[in-house]
Structure formats: structure tokens, C-alpha cells
Design a protein around this ligand. Structure first.
Ligand code: FAD
Length: 432
């Protein structure tokens, strides 16, 4: 299979192909609690209600009135989009699909007792639980909060802060950013950010610098595209430093201290970088809600079976599912992927509630997910990347479909326009 821009655009509706078997009726009342209303949580809540014809009760727990999409949020930095363009409330999930939305925060999961403790409402019980809480960041020495040095990797106030700092930069200023060890959310995202910041600064006509400190051994996605952008279009602006991991930060003086690594990840030296603006993206893990409850089994991410997205620690967490960036299947951490996983998970919960198997030959053969990312390289040109995964019955995991890893041959304005249709589709499919 070889991918072109056209197949990428056709691919999106195919993500919904895994739908409930017609005529399936839920046997007894079933209450699903979904924690987190991002791409993963909003989609699973919507599809559970839609595919069960309202037979399943769904409560969505989310502390924020609106979800701000990280997807497209780099375009807030150059002023092309506003945060309000990327903000989605839960009104449609409530009014059109009958999802019960609670503005609250989950604090603890009692797996054996099948209940969740909410900050305001106390304990609520569930038959199935879907945890879709995204990511949290590792602490970094010297970085007390993100008020001076933003991450802007969870969109909202942080994105605005970074935008305002870039606006106030001198024309000859230096922008320093860091990329954490993989896996992190949106593999091409940091390289896209470096390009867009270089584009903003280049248009001002000074002699700016963009220093990219990458804890990984090289560019993690769209390698050809970003190598060309870093060495060609922005060759006089971007300095790319792979195998350099942030060790600590002098917040007041905006100095980043780094460890230089060899290919095996051993420390072989040290360095530093000073910026007029510093943007640190720390290493990620699943949030404490999962880590402290034991759902991550002592690791960074929650191990799940991709047939259902049920926790592999079934004895301790019966009926608990984890989808989106928090889970550990090895698929890319992206919003498109979170949306696809949500549908597989919704289908599995509904089948179980109806007393049907989740491992029929037909179903296993149809478990596929896909991911797509568009990357703006300039203010009006973009590239794209896509990958399809299918369930491998022997390995019992999701595997990249051979030949499905597609990458744009060049960045151009057509891709830039397509990026808006793709993202609008994804936003609508998740939140409307
Ligand atoms: C700059 C950037 C660009 C990106 N571009 C793309 C792209 O082009 N394509 C793509 O597919 N992906 C892209 N991504 C990645 C994408 O945004 C994430 O992979 C996606 O948001 C993951 O969805 P999620 O639902 O798992 O987590 P999130 O979107 O983070 O949602 C988690 C939700 O859980 C809530 N929550 C957290 N803790 C609790 C709790 N204790 N109780 C209740 N609720 C809680 C949060 O408030 C949040 O609303 C990009 C990311 C960035 C940063």
C-alpha cells in the first residue's frame, strides 16, 4: 500500500468503520464513566451513546468548561488562529447525544470497588471506566512553574504566553526550545514549532536564532522534510542539536543546561544555551491519577489490550479502559489516533454490555487505527504524515501496516489548505 495526499484525505471517515454490529441490544443497564474530555474522552462518550442508541448511560468527568485543542495550536503562535478557534465545549455531547457532563476532577480510582473519587462530588460508581486524561510532565531542576518558561504543550493559557513572548522578542533574538525523550505527544509537533517560530522571526528581517535541543538521536518524524527545512529554508536560523537532554534551567536568566548523550543514551558531556525566549517541553508520562492508582504498573504509561483498550491488570482493574496519550500500546500519541482508539474501545464496551464476544475472527481482523498530522512549515505551506496500524493476532499488538507510513514529498499551499479540512473533520467527529 502506498500513500498519497488523496488517500490521506479519504482516510478520515474510514476511522469510523468499526461500528457496532447492527441489531446488538444492551442486555442490562450499564453506566460508563469517562475521565477526561479531550480527543479520546469526548469521542468515546459520543460514540458509546450513539452506537447504543442511548441505551448506555455515560458520565463524562472533565474539570474544564472547554477543551482547547493542541492540534493546530502552533498556529496561535503566529497569530493565524486564536485560542477560541480551538476551544470546544461539551454542549453538543450533552444536548444531542445525552452524555452527562460533570465539571469535576477525578482524584482516585478504586479498581476493586469499581468507583472513582471526584474532587467535588465524592465517589461515583461505574460498570465500565474509560480513563482518557492525556499527559503530565516530569519535573525539571530549576523550573518551578511554567509562568516564565512555558511548555505550551497542553494548549490554552500556555500557548498564549509563548505567543506573547515571541511577539516581544528582539529581531536579533534567540529562541531556545527542547524536545523530550520519546514517546511524546505528536512526534512531528516540536519540529513544526521550530519551523513556525523561525518563519515568524525571519519575516521580521533581523538575524534571529532558533536553537533546538533534542533529547533524541535525530528528528523523530518526517525526517526528510524537517532536515530540508532546517538545513535549507531555515539553514541560517535553526541550529539543531540532537542527543542533548535538558538537565536543569536557570529560570531567571533563561539559561538551559544540558547533558550531551552518546547514541546509547550515556552522558558524555555538558553544554548550555541562553535564549531571549525559552520553551521547554519536559518528558511526559500518564498523569498521577493513573500512576498512583497502579494503572501504569510502575511504568510511565498504562498497559492495555488493544482489542478493547482494557487494562492488562484486569484482576485489579476490571472494566477499566485507557485510551489516548495515557496508554502504552506504542502507537503514536496523537489526537487522530486517540479518536480512532476511542471507537475501538466504545465498540468493545458495547459488545460486552450486550453479552457478545470481543474476539471474534471478524472483529479481530477489522481492528485498525490510523494517525495523521499536518505540519505547517511556513505561514502558508504545510507537509503531512500518516500511518495505519492493524491488530497482529500472533503478536497480540497493534502493528504498523507495511507501506502505510506516508509522508508528503514537499510542503506546499495545497497541503496547507487540506490541513484545515482535515482538522475540522476531526474536531467535529470528536466534539459535535
Ligand atoms: C503543538 C501540538 C500539535 C499537535 N498536532 C497534532 C496533529 O497535527 N495531529 C494529531 O493527531 N495530534 C496532534 N497533537 C497531539 C494531540 O493533541 C494529542 O495527542 C491529543 O490531544 C491526545 O488526546 P487525549 O484525549 O489523550 O488527551 P488530551 O487532549 O490532553 O485530553 C485530556 C483531557 O483530560 C482532562 N483531565 C486530565 N486529568 C483529569 C482528571 N484527573 N480528571 C478529569 N479530567 C482530567 C484534561 O483536562 C483534558 O481535557 C498535537 C499536540 C501538540 C502539543
Amino acid at each position: 500500500m502506498s500513500f498519497t495526499r488523496r488517500t490521506l484525505l479519504q482516510m478520515f471517515p474510514a476511522a469510523a468503520a468499526m461500528s457496532m454490529a447492527p441489531g446488538v441490544a444492551v442486555a442490562a443497564p450499564h453506566h460508563v464513566v469517562v475521565i477526561g474530555g479531550g480527543f479520546a474522552g469526548a469521542t468515546v462518550a459520543k460514540y458509546l451513546r450513539m452506537w447504543s442508541n442511548g441505551a448506555i448511560a455515560v458520565t463524562l468527568v472533565e474539570p474544564r468548561i472547554k477543551h482547547v485543542s493542541c492540534i493546530m495550536s502552533n498556529l496561535v503562535l503566529n497569530g493565524q488562529l486564536k485560542i477560541r478557534d480551538l476551544s470546544f465545549d461539551y454542549d453538543t455531547l450533552e444536548s444531542k447525544y445525552g452524555v452527562g457532563v460533570r465539571l469535576d476532577r477525578a482524584l482516585r480510582i478504586n479498581g476493586a470497588g469499581k468507583e472513582v473519587k471526584l474532587k467535588d462530588a465524592g465517589w461515583i460508581s461505574y460498570d465500565s471506566l474509560v480513563v482518557a486524561t492525556g499527559i503530565q510532565f516530569d519535573p525539571i531542576d530549576g523550573l518551578s512553574d511554567y509562568r516564565e518558561i512555558p511548555h505550551a504543550w497542553i494548549a490554552g493559557a500556555q500557548t498564549k504566553l509563548l505567543r506573547d513572548q515571541i511577539r516581544a522578542m528582539p529581531d536579533d533574538g534567540t529562541f531556545v526550545m527542547s524536545i523530550p525523550q520519546k514517546p511524546y505527544r505528536c512526534p512531528p509537533g516540536p519540529y513544526e514549532r521550530a519551523c513556525l517560530v523561525a518563519d515568524i522571526l525571519k519575516r521580521r528581517g533581523g538575524l534571529p536564532r532558533v536553537i533546538v535541543l533534542d533529547a533524541n538521536d535525530g528528528i523523530q518524524a518526517e525526517r526528510e522534510t524537517f532536515t530540508r527545512a532546517f538545513t535549507g529554508l531555515y539553514g541560517d536560523i535553526i541550529q539543531y542539536r540532537p542527543l542533548e537532554r535538558v538537565a536543569s534551567v536557570d529560570q531567571e536568566n533563561r539559561i538551559v543546561y544540558t547533558e550531551k548523550l552518546d547514541e546509547s543514551g550515556n552522558r558524555v558531556g555538558e553544554d548550555s544555551a541562553h535564549g531571549d525566549v525559552v520553551n521547554i517541553i519536559p518528558r511526559h508520562s500518564a498523569p498521577n491519577l493513573l500512576v498512583k492508582s497502579g494503572l501504569t504498573d510502575g511504568g510511565r504509561w498504562a498497559p492495555v489490550d488493544p482489542v478493547t483498550y482494557g487494562s492488562t491488570l484486569e484482576d485489579k482493574f476490571p472494566g477499566v479502559h485507557v485510551i489516548g496519550d495515557s496508554q502504552a500500546t506504542g502507537q503514536p500519541k496523537s489526537g487522530h489516533m486517540a479518536n480512532a482508539q476511542a471507537k475501538v474501545c466504545a465498540d468493545a464496551i458495547l459488545r460486552r454490555a450486550a453479552g457478545l464476544p470481543v474476539d471474534s475472527d471478524e472483529r479481530l481482523a477489522n481492528i485498525t487505527t490510523n494517525s495523521a498530522c499536518f505540519s505547517p512549515i511556513t505561514a502558508d505551506e504545510a507537509s503531512w504524515l500518516t500511518a495505519v496500524f492493524a491488530y497482529d493476532r500472533e503478536a497480540k499488538k497493534m502493528a504498523l501496516v507495511p507501506g502505510s507510513l506516508g509522508e508528503a514529498h514537499r510542503w506546499n499551499s495545497e497541503n496547507y489548505r487540506d490541513m484545515f479540512s482535515w482538522s475540522e473533520n476531526l474536531f467535529a467527529d470528536s466534539f459535535n
